[in-house]
Design a binder for this molecule. Sequence first.
Ligand code: ZN
Length: 162
Amino acid sequence: MQIAEKKVVTIDYTLKNAVGEVLDTSSGGDPLLYIHGASQIVPGLERALTGLSAGQSTDVVVEPADGYGARDPEGVFGVPRNAFPAEAKLEVGMSFVGEDEEGQAVPVRVVEVRDDVVIVDANHPLAGEKLFFHVDIRDVRDATLEELMHGHAHGPGGHSHD
Ligand code: ZN
């Protein structure tokens, strides 16, 4: 069975950046299950896996535009220190959910803590990165109606409702 829309695909994967550092991997853990065509993995990877079958392996290079997008310099901005609770212990690398002008939740990471201002970055941590995936396709099956209605894969390695 080939990978196509509405198939549940089970993969093992390793994601590296341009200098070969491992950013993410399923090695040593559970494989990833996703519904193909449901935008659950980055677009460049989803496109590259289309038409492949269980047992195949592939190496995929994904440009930022087909991955987590370009880095937006305007995504880095300062928040007054007094916007945080006085007792909050702020450290570089910690993340929290802020709000934009329209009241939308925006996850941000702290990149610098000064006396009066905290510099945060709303870019995805992998924005602007070229992504290097190695993927082993373990299984391809039809999604059940229930999975399609829920928008996620069920079963071992997938979503559990227990
Ligand atoms: Zn479900």
